[in-house]
Design a protein around this ligand. Structure first.
Ligand code: F6P
Length: 556
């Protein structure tokens, strides 16, 4: 397979490491991974790193020792050390919004100190967390009762984006640790179907709603929350029951109170926690409800361990740095437009969606911090689902398609009890897919196989091009010792820091998301136009046509 031309407009100047990497890319050309392994028996042992219950084998990337040395130099040249320190120390590195970026403070032990505007935020974090824990414990042990005196059985978390994907992904991943009485439901879509389905099966006397929105202005979340509120009042016949059945998580207490939620059930967080980095804050309340305070503490401890590893390990053994830099090699120097996340564990099935927001909302930018053009490819398209299902859907393209799709194979070493043979099959497939993508199948191998099957020469010649696998497709194998709160916390923090490192090298602000605003603004105008009988806002002909079609249909 010939790869797309590497990007020729690198960000830094002519003597930079970026230029050296471009030249190096020319030198190593299409050198095949299979040859690299054959000529260097120590390659796999050299290209692996381990921390916090996570093992990374990155030897199936198309890199040599020289490539890695240049990549580590690239990170140094980008000032990664200083930028990392600035983030952990609470400097306002989110410059376009004038904010610190301190999701890592949410994982700091209560006796530590991180100052923001002259205030130790670790103490504030501990105070809110304590309230979350007390609330969750009351719900879990049945002391918290619904309006008719029964214990809560169903928790409906209403939120979207960062106020949904983190808690949803973690709750799915940690189901074996779930409280036996509590069923968790997540509602994010505004089309009415999700909330409709949940309410249809819910018992108002035993259902607790959590409305989670950093801004408490998000249309989708408020529409769903209002529907839930109306449903509860209709069913109970009493407006005051809201206090027993609604909690809120937000940075805007005023908006929560106006909605009618009791301030005693409101859990705050801060503008220095980005939505996509917020599961460690009160946004993680559903996680606390599901796995309890001790489980949430373990999740935080895993993330904290990864923070320490990220801060202290040399680049050459630093998991987030290695993942980030090999990713940049794939994106900017090998021309890979996307990155597949392939977890070989059903409980991690929402991880790709979570990482999609984490990465694409953070680094989906084309200008640098100073407003100048990025000058290189930034965030790839992040996509994926459970790896084993993907094998039977899109892996054909990974093996024989025209695009290079670097893949993170994520596995769990410990099997769930009673399913050891299933686990072995899944793990075998993970290993085999990575091996197949790496080595491929040569024409000679394919031909020998067909001959052995007794095929005639003419048939072999016709089929041969279809049965050759070029291989040389890069992947990482990332293995979790087990799927528990601690290791999951470390895994999530690993990817958070990977995103950060890539943003630093590309010179981006990874912590704003202005790109989502225009669509929101226009949606408000379009919503008016869908309802209003006359006087449409000005639109292009296509947009006006779609609005007209909807209106014509809605009238019928
Ligand atoms: O539209 C994008 C976004 O602002 C995300 O960044 C955020 O996670 C999501 O919407 C939800 O926002 P909020 O928590 O304010 O409802």
């Amino acid at each position: 397979m010939s790869n797309p031309t590497p990007h020729s407009s690198p960000p830094p100047g002519p003597d930079s490491t970026w230029q050296a990497l471009l030249a190096h890319r020319g030198e190593i050309g299409e050198r095949h991974l299979a040859q690299l392994f054959a000529s260097d028996p120590a390659r796999a042992a050299r290209m692996q790193a381990e921390a916090c219950g996570l093992f990374l084998d990155y030897s199936k990337n198309r890199v040599t020792g020289d490539t890695l040395a240049l990549l580590f130099e690239l990170a140094r040249e980008a000032g990664l050390d200083a930028r990392r320190a600035a983030m952990f120390d609470g400097e306002r590195i989110n410059r376009s919004e004038g904010r610190a970026v301190l999701h890592t403070a949410l994982r700091r032990p209560a006796d530590e100190c991180v100052m923001v505007d002259g205030r130790n935020v670790v103490a504030d974090i501990a105070a809110v967390r304590e309230r979350c824990y007390r609330f969750a414990e009351a719900v879990r042990d049945g002391a918290w009762r619904g309006y008719d005196g029964r214990a809560i059985t169903d928790v409906v978390h209403i939120g979207i984006g960062g106020s949904d994907l983190g808690p949803l992904m973690v709750c799915e991943a940690l189901k074996p640790c779930a409280h036996p009485r509590l069923r968790m439901h997540f509602v994010s879509n505004v089309d009415g179907v999700q909330i409709g389905d949940v309410l249809c099966a819910a018992d108002p006397g035993t259902t607790l709603f959590i409305v989670a929105s950093k801004t408490f202005t998000t249309q989708e979340t408020l529409a769903n929350a209002h529907t839930a509120r109306r449903w509860l009042i209709e069913r109970s016949g009493d407006e005051t029951v809201i206090a027993r059945h609604f909690a809120a998580v937000s940075t805007h207490p005023g908006a929560v109170t106006s909605f009618g939620i009791d301030p005693a059930n409101m859990f705050g967080f801060w503008d220095w926690v980005g939505g996509r980095y917020s599961l460690w804050s009160a946004i993680g309340l559903p996680i606390v409800l599901q796995i309890g305070a001790a489980g949430f503490d373990a999740l935080l401890a895993g993330a904290r361990a990864m923070d320490l590893h990220f801060r202290e390990a040399p680049f050459e053994r630093n998991l987030p740095v290695i993942l980030a830099l090999t990713g940049i090699w794939n994106i900017d120097f090998l021309g890979a437009p996307s990155q597949l996340i392939a977890p070989y564990h059903q409980r991690l099935h929402r991880l790709p969606a979570f990482l999609q927001q984490l990465d694409m909302e953070s680094n989906g930018k084309s200008v640098k911090l100073d407003g100048s053009p990025a000058g290189c490819q930034t965030s790839p398209v992040i996509w994926g689902e459970s790896g084993i299902n993907g094998q039977h859907a899109y892996f054909q393209m990974l093996h024989q398609g025209t695009q290079l799709v670097p893949t993170d194979f994520i596995g769990v070493l410990e099997a769930e009890r009673g399913f050891e043979q299933h686990h072995r099959i899944a793990f075998a497939n993970l290993v085999a897919q990575a091996e197949a993508l790496m080595r491929g199948k040569s024409a000679a191998e394919a031909e020998a196989e067909m001959r052995a099957a007794g095929m005639a020469g003419e048939r072999i010649r016709a089929l041969l091009p279809h049965r050759v696998f070029p291989g040389n497709r890069p992947s990482n194998a990332l293995l979790m010792a087990r799927l528990d709160p601690y290791t999951l916390g470390a895994l999530i923090a690993l990817y958070e820091h990977r995103t950060f490192v890539q943003g630093v090298v590309w010179g981006l602000n990874s912590f704003d998301q202005w790109g989502v605003e225009l669509g929101k603004q226009l949606a408000a105008r379009v919503l008016d136009d869908l309802a209003a009988p006359a006087d449409l806002h000005a639109h292009d002909a296509s947009t006006a046509g779609l609005i007209a079609r909807y209106r014509a249909c809605a009238v019928r």
